[in-house]
Design a protein around this ligand. Structure first.
Ligand code: CA
Ligand code: CA
Length: 109
């Protein structure tokens, strides 16, 4: 549950493409076109500096590994732009599902 929330906050904000693409390239220290965990940690730093709440949350909680684990779909230890976008698409779909379930969720509690 925490993981889901984390990723929702991390990627569901509008305007991912521009600022985050710039942050991605700034974080790709070796210009390999994908991000190692260390480079991903740098990306989170850039995103936090850009005011992305979830990135700030990841930084304050140290949950970089959780976020990276979700983004790195094939588990090769590298986050590609496609994987970041796929994670975004998953989160957007998930947020919509959660929004439509929110009344049910409240009743269960
Ligand atoms: Ca790289
Ligand atoms: Ca990967």
């Amino acid at each position: 549950m925490t993981r889901v929330l984390l990723l929702c906050l991390f990627l569901a904000s509008p305007g991912l493409a521009r600022a985050d693409a710039a942050a991605f390239h700034a974080s790709d220290a070796d210009n390999s076109g994908d991000l190692t965990f260390a480079e991903f940690t740098t990306l989170v730093g850039h995103m936090a500096a850009n005011g992305r709440r979830i990135a700030q949350f990841v930084q304050s909680t140290g949950l970089h590994g959780t976020a990276f684990g979700r983004v790195d779909l094939d588990g090769d230890g590298r986050a590609t732009p496609a994987e970041l976008l796929a994670a975004e698409a998953w989160v957007v779909a998930h947020v919509r599902a959660q929004a439509s379930d929110s009344d049910t969720g409240r009743q269960r509690r």
